[in-house]
Design a protein around this ligand. Structure first.
Ligand SMILES: *[C@@H]1O[C@H](CO)[C@@H](O)[C@H](O)[C@H]1NC(C)=O
Length: 461
């Protein structure tokens, strides 16, 4: 997730159970085990020893890993700060690779440090079933965002191995580089590049962070020395993956409010971001009389309200728009703002409808600048990504898994940035969500089980 308010970041976990009502008991374990037996052809082994050990998540181990990973942080616990290619990021990467090695996965890294742990299937030539997320963390965030999608996926693999499952399609856990835009202002950097976005490969050759450290130098300091032309080598070949699933914390309150344990995401809303600047003459707050002013601050205020108006005019609850940044220059109580800067975020699951809202905002900006005699010195669409729809077959596999585990679920839309948005360009994508104020090990175990069953099913297709 990217650039949402930090307060919500610790709250919610993907694919988990709300409350204890449907907590995994012996019955669900037994159903899941039978399913695994059908998939894997291994014999029932636990006889009357009580609940199966064959399909049990190592919750304590997973929680220990999450806590350990959270200790690689540049801010004090309980917050986590882990910025791309920093020393702590490097240590987190080493930690993830260590777990992959321990699981017997074949580990490889691409030029920018996307990390892949592969469990080779019996038909290794087929597209793999991928899952994964990120472990970079914006300053002072929580320990679950992204992390559950990586460590949870590794536990799902471990669970399938312990269950005796034999994959047909290879299973792969991916740790994506820099989902967060903290350092270079680019969200989902690793997955965008994997999706083969040429302009990104070009811009990464030049981009610098706020300390004027180039992307290439920062990567080299983390052990990823590359020639600029190596950036293209990150692009995924077509059909590398037959499906991609992401387990992630949820940032919205929908499931929790409705008390539904599992969210299966059918679409990720298409985000766009815009920066706007107005310039006026400024002047002293006492000296310049009202008729003589061209106040860049008021132009910004008027545009902020126009954003809300245009979003509401779409008539769809799925259209959302936010002015998250509004800065005035020089920012003094006795100065008429001579310059204003807005950053606007607009999202929708319908790309055309969202783009119409952007056009209306553009027209309003022009109109406001004329009416107020200010200069519209910038109207820049920073990014305008297409939405991603989950693949029907992946959604069905997730529904199948949730049903096997006797977990109620709801199909829903995600409105945050995720690596899945870009993986959807190169692979059928599925994505699951679920809010949780407190991510208990039991809750996470259910998410891991749904993920494991889903991957097992897709591996055999
Ligand atoms: C940033 O680094 C480049 C290359 O080292 C240098 O040419 C440029 O002057 C630097 N810019 C700033 C603002 O320090």
């Amino acid at each position: 997730m990217t650039s949402e308010p930090k307060a919500s970041r610790l709250l919610l976990l993907a694919l988990l159970l709300v409350g204890a009502a449907a907590a995994a008991g012996g019955h669900d374990d037994a159903v899941a085990r039978r399913t695994m037996e059908e998939f894997a052809g291994f014999p029932a082994s636990d006889g009357d020893e009580g609940p199966s050990t064959a399909f049990r998540v190592d919750s304590e181990g997973l929680q220990r890993q999450i806590d350990e990973l959270a200790s690689f942080s540049d801010s004090p616990a309980p917050s986590v700060t882990r910025v791309l290619y920093s020393d702590k990021d490097v240590r987190a990467r080493r930690y993830i690779k260590g777990i992959m090695n321990d699981l017997g996965l074949a580990v490889r890294e691409d030029a920018v440090g996307n990390i892949f742990g592969r469990w080779e299937g019996s038909e290794a030539g087929l597209g793999a079933v991928g899952t994964g997320s990120h472990v970079d963390a914006i300053p002072f965030s929580g320990k679950y965002d992204g992390v559950v999608g990586v460590l949870g996926a590794l536990e799902a693999i471990s669970l399938l191995k312990r269950s005796g499952f034999q994959p047909k399609r290879s299973l792969e856990v991916i740790m994506f580089t820099s989902e967060e835009p903290t350092r270079f202002g680019i969200s989902c950097l690793g997955s965008r590049l994997m999706a083969g976005i040429e302009e990104l490969a070009q811009s990464l050759r030049k981009v610098v962070d706020n300390q004027n450290v180039s992307f290439l130098d920062a990567a080299e300091s983390a052990g990823y020395k590359m020639d600029p032309k190596d950036l293209q080598s990150v692009f995924l070949k077509k059909n590398s993956y037959s499906a991609f699933i992401e387990l992630h914390i949820e940032q919205g309150p929908i499931l929790e409010k409705e008390g539904i344990p599992i969210g299966i995401v059918t679409a990720i809303a298409a985000p766009a971001s815009i920066t706007v600047e107005f310039e006026g003459n400024g002047g002293h707050a006492g000296a310049v009389l009202m008729p003589a002013r061209n106040d860049a601050g008021l132009a910004a205020a008027e545009l902020a309200l126009a954003v809300e108006k245009h979003v509401l005019e779409s008539g769809s609850i799925d259209t959302v728009g936010t002015v998250g940044i509004l800065q005035l220059h020089p920012g003094a109580i006795n100065s008429i703002p001579s310059k204003s800067h807005l950053e606007i975020d607009v999202r929708d699951i319908d790309e055309k409808r969202r783009n119409e809202v952007i056009e209306k905002i553009r027209r309003s900006a022009t109109e406001i600048s004329k009416n107020r005699g200010v200069v519209l010195s910038e109207f820049k669409i920073i990014n305008q990504d297409p939405p991603a729809l989950s693949d029907q077959s992946v959604v069905e596999a997730m529904e199948f898994a949730a049903k096997q585990l006797n977990l109620e679920y709801k199909k829903m839309i995600s409105r945050a940035y995720h690596d899945s948005l870009f993986m959807a360009r190169v692979s059928p994508m599925g994505y699951s969500h679920k809010p949780e104020e407190y991510a208990s090990p039991e809750d996470m175990a259910n998410g891991v089980k749904v993920l494991a069953l889903t991957m097992a099913k897709l591996s055999l297709e």
